[in-house]
Design a protein around this ligand. Structure first.
Ligand SMILES: [Zn+2]
Length: 187
């Protein structure tokens, strides 16, 4: 057996090795303290290869700030306008929010979309392509006086299916909430 290298005191990313813990399946386990204050057990090969750099907090942080590639460098309508989409066409904020709830784990609606495997098709990662599809398939600009219930919203025909041309249509918000209640009762 190869001699075990003493790595106590060494740093790997956020982890500092504080001691040898024991053997597990012929591999040495090391007790490490993370910069965030938690401790974790790691194998030397995980530390040396860089596959483990924290107790898990780093991964969580990266996930929570992840911006879908399609949205990088673009204006955030909800952020910039304090929850309103004024000044930016409404369709753009519909597109933005669709991507966020499917691809950003920190989004409040992610649990019911991205986490359930609901995805946005690759073509619609391009706003221009989504916009073309929308206007060709029933979306139209609505007057600011339009009652909220009559505003158009994107609906997935199969609620377990993705956001993609074959599974989407435009219906009013009131139709959308009726369908949502129907699906909820069927579950
Ligand atoms: Zn940590």
């Amino acid at each position: 057996m190869r001699k075990r290298e003493d790595i106590v005191g060494k740093r790997f990313g956020r982890l500092t090795v504080v001691g040898f813990y024991g053997m597990k399946k012929h591999h040495a386990q090391w007790l490490c303290r993370c910069d965030c204050g938690l401790t974790t057990l790691s194998y030397a090969y995980q530390l040396n290869s860089g596959s483990k750099k924290s107790c898990g907090c780093l991964r969580t942080e990266i996930a929570s700030t992840h911006v879908p590639p399609a949205l990088k460098g673009r204006e955030n309508p909800t952020y910039k306008h304090g929850g309103k989409s004024g000044g930016i066409e409404r369709l753009y904020s519909i597109w933005w929010n669709m991507l966020k709830r499917c691809e950003t784990p920190s989004n409040s609606r992610y649990a019911r979309y991205g986490a359930r495997g609901i995805a946005v098709c690759s073509v619609w990662h391009d706003y221009a392509a989504f916009r073309d599809w929308a206007y060709e398939n029933g979306y139209c600009d609505q007057d600011i006086e339009t009652p909220r219930a009559q505003m158009l919203s994107i609906d997935r025909i199969d609620p377990d299916g993705n956001y993609e041309p074959g599974n989407c249509r435009w219906i009013t918000l009131s139709e959308n909430s009726t369908l949502r209640n129907l699906h909820a009762n069927q579950r």
